[in-house]
Every structure is written in structure tokens, then in C-alpha cells.
Design a protein around this ligand. Structure first.
Ligand SMILES: *Cc1c(COP(=O)(O)O)cnc(C)c1O
Length: 421
């Protein structure tokens, strides 16, 4: 049964009253506008700061002051093992085993490191399939990986675009293209949720199709992690990477993440670039020749862990653990459904929602494509204390995130839209 929404402030406030996740809002700091919290719809771009971060950061600074180098073993959370403290929580968010995930580096760097392992062209198998209009960083990464192996991106990269006049990519078009590429295909690398349209792809069947032609399947989960329920292990995905500053609220430039299926993580002969942090922890300090990868995704680590960066990550994952992805997704479906319902009442402005109408094919984000006046609407929203995201040439993206957005936020957004002439 679809919920029966109402476009009224009473309805919105009542939904907030019965929302069991409502108190989580209190755990975050909101930018201010005229002395009040803004209505923040940009969690898909940069998540808000958990209040616990400044306390935890201060503690880490004190440990550094107090212990110096000894902090590696004596800090409250010893730095030597810092990246281990929250791996189980991270693993739950992406639906993987504890050994299959690691927080390290940043997103595009992780994509490169993983492609070094998973894009190893051989003979006529050298092509990469990705979505057209992928996030620029992903395009650049794929383009230069292809060049590194001596191929021409025009020839080696297969891009799947929406049909003429459409905004979304048809699932079957992806599957057909994989089958058509057949044994020329080395890798499928797609953004799990498209950053522009908010379209979520069926990662399980894409993986299956890739495997059926002998290719690997990897995903950039920048807009999916902490947003969509994921089952990377059960879907048999080969690898994935993500950033932590969007839905995972871990701050600008926050530490990225990577997933590698255990069949590769546990195979020491599977190639990965080496560094001391990826080496077996027992021999890491023996200063011997010969890289011995430790077990799991952690063996893709290269340098020692960026502890200060991980403080915010740790704090945020703690909030996720308490809220639970299942409850977050349930609220997300209702909240985004409500936002969509309200936007459909706004008939006097020239826009359409290009995000899939099917909730199974989207997370919390909705993208509004304006025929005209987009920038004007965006500026008026901003002046009214609503933080949305503008994408050239004509799209406003909004993300009512279940951790800290409310039904009232959605209503206020709608109210401002209704007042625009
Ligand atoms: C946000 C985002 C990035 C950003 O990459 P960084 O390496 O973290 O700067 C890359 N790819 C996609 C799909 C993104 O959404």
C-alpha cells in the first residue's frame, strides 16, 4: 500500500512525531541561516558533522600530545590498529564480510588501485563498459587506465547512454551491451547510483552478466553507500569503492573505502600494489624483502592509516550502527516518497523529476530538471534557508536523508517552491 501523504504542515509534523529516527537529527550540527538551522538537502554532496566529532578529535590530539610516537600503541584507540576499530560497522553498511572491506585513501585513488588489480587486459579482452555521463573523476580514471595499457579510449571504453530523449539508462541495454561485448570485455565499472539522475542500478544482475562473459564487475558507490541497502558479497560483486563525505558524514576529503570479494582478498597471488600497511601485520616491522599481502581487502592498503581523518569516520559509523541501515532505508522510502508527492503538487514551475519513479531504482535523492528558471528557483531556495545542490546546466538535486532530514524539512521546501511566482 502506498502511503497516503498530505501536503500540510500538520501532517508533516505529525510524521516527525511518530518517526523513531527523529532523535538522530540531534546528533548533527546544522549550518545557520538567520539564526536558525538551514533545511539541509545536500547530504548527497557533503554530509553534516556529527556532534561527537569535535570531542573525539580533541581526544586524539591530546593522545598525540601526551604519547607522541607511543600513541601507536597507547592512544585510547591505538593508531597502529585504528582502521580495524570500525571495519565491522563499515562491512554491515555495504553487506560484506569484515575482511572484505577497508577504509583507506580517497575514492578515485581507490578506484585506480583496484583497477590496477581488476583491469588487466589480455589478448582481445581489453574493453571497459561504463555508463555514459559518469562522474568526471571516474571518466578520467578509466580513460587513463586504458591509456596506461596502450589502448585508445575511443575504442576500449564502451559507454551505455539513455535512449534518445530519455534521462535514465535502461537496465536491459546494459545487459545487452555486456553480452554483445562478450569476450572483448575485461571489466564493467559503473556508478551504483548515478550522481546526476539518482538512478540506482541492479548491481546483482549486472555482476552476473559481466561474469557470464568472463569479465569482472566493480562499482563506484559514492552515491550508494549509506543510502541504499547493499549486499556486495551476496551479489558476488568483485570490487567496489566509495567516499565517506557524502551520506557517510565523515567530513571533506574524508577517508574513502574499498571492498574486494574474499576470493581475491584471500588469494595472495592475485596482484595488488604493495605497501607496508597492506603487508602481513606480523612481519610489517621486520623490514624484510618480499611483500606478503595480509588477508582480505586490507592488503590493498599502502600507507599507514590517516588517523585524524578516521576520527570523523569512526564517529559517523557509530551513528549508522545505532540507527541501522534497515530502519534508515524504511524511513528513506517514506521521506523521499513524501518529497516526491509534494513536488508533484508544484505544477506552476517548469520542471520534471528525472529520478526513477520506482523506489527500488533510487535512493533518497531526487533530481529536478528545469526547462527554464532553474537557477532562479535555486537562488530563491537558498535565500530562504534551503540548501540544495545546483548542477549545470539546469538540474537541482535534493537529498532528504533519513538520518537528519524531517518531513517538516520537505514541507518547508515545498512551501518555498509554492511561493515562487
Ligand atoms: C563524489 C564522487 C567522486 C569524488 O572522488 P574523490 O576521489 O573522492 O574526490 C568520484 N566519483 C563519483 C561517482 C562521485 O560521486
Amino acid at each position: 500500500m502506498p502511503p497516503t501523504y498530505e501536503a500540510s504542515i500538520e501532517y508533516a509534523q505529525n510524521q516527525d512525531r511518530i518517526d523513531t529516527l527523529f532523535p538522530f537529527r540531534e546528533r548533527f550540527l546544522f549550518p545557520q541561516h538567520n539564526g536558525e538551522d538551514v533545511r539541509y538537502f545536500c547530504g548527497n554532496s557533503l554530509g553534516l558533522q556529527p556532534k561527537s566529532v569535535s570531542y573525539l578529535m580533541e581526544k586524539e590530539l591530546q593522545d598525540w600530545a601526551k604519547h607522541g610516537v607511543e600513541g601507536h600503541f597507547r592512544a585510547g584507540y591505538p593508531w597502529f590498529s585504528y582502521h580495524h576499530f570500525y571495519t565491522d560497522r563499515l562491512a554491515k553498511i555495504v553487506g560484506a564480510g569484515k575482511d572484505e572491506v577497508v577504509a583507506m585513501n580517497t575514492l578515485t585513488v581507490n578506484l585506480h588501485l583496484l583497477m590496477v588489480s581488476f583491469y588487466r587486459p589480455q589478448g582481445k579482452r581489453y574493453k571497459i563498459l561504463m555508463e555514459a555521463g559518469a562522474f568526471p573523476s571516474d571518466q578520467y580514471a578509466v580513460e587513463t587506465q586504458v591509456r596506461m595499457h596502450g589502448f585508445d579510449p575511443e575504442d576500449a571504453i564502451i559507454e551505455i547512454a539513455p535512449k534518445d530523449g530519455a534521462y535514465l539508462i535502461e537496465h536491459q541495454d546494459i545487459i545487452n551491451a555486456i553480452k554483445d561485448a562478450g569476450e572483448t570485455l575485461a571489466l564493467v565499472m559503473i556508478g551504483g547510483v548515478n550522481y546526476y539522475t539518482g538512478q540506482f542500478f541492479d548491481l546483482e544482475s549486472i555482476t552476473k552478466a559481466a561474469h557470464s562473459v568472463g569479465a569482472y564487475a566493480g562499482f563506484d558507490l559514492a552515491h550508494a553507500v549509506g543510502n541504499m541497502p547493499l549486499q556486495l558479497h551476496n551479489w558476488n560483486v568483485d570490487f567496489a569503492c566509495w567516499c565517506s563525505y557524502k551520506y557517510l558524514n565523515s567530513g571533506p576529503g574524508g577517508v574513502g573505502g574499498a571492498y574486494v570479494h574474499e576470493r581475491f582478498g584471500n588469494d595472495p597471488k592475485f596482484f595488488r600494489l604493495g605497501g607496508w600497511w597492506g603487508n602481513d601485520e606480523k612481519t610489517r616491522f621486520k623490514m624484510q624483502k618480499g611483500f606478503i599481502p595480509q588477508k582480505g581487502a586490507a592488503s590493498w592498503q599502502i600507507s599507514n592509516a590517516p588517523v585524524f581523518n578516521m576520527v570523523a569516520h569512526n564517529a559517523s559509523l557509530d551513528v549508522f550502527e545505532k540507527a541501522g541501515m534497515k530502519a534508515l532505508r524504511e524511513k528513506s522510502l517514506l521521506l523521499t516518497g513524501y518529497m516526491e508527492f509534494l513536488l508533484k503538487q508544484v505544477t506552476h514551475l517548469p520542471f520534471e523529476i528525472i529520478t526513477p519513479a520506482d523506489p527500488a531504482q533510487r535512493g533518497c535523492q531526487l533530481s529536478m530538471l528545469f526547462k527554464e528558471k532553474g537557477r532562479e528557483v535555486f537562488d530563491l531556495l537558498t535565500q530562504n534557508g534551503i540548501i540544495a545542490d545546483w548542477r549545470e546546466p539546469n538540474v537541482i538535486r535534493i537529498a532528504p536523508v533519513p538520518l537528519y532530514n524531517t518531513f517538516e524539512d520537505c514541507y518547508r521546501f515545498y512551501e518555498v517552491m509554492m511561493e515562487i511566482a
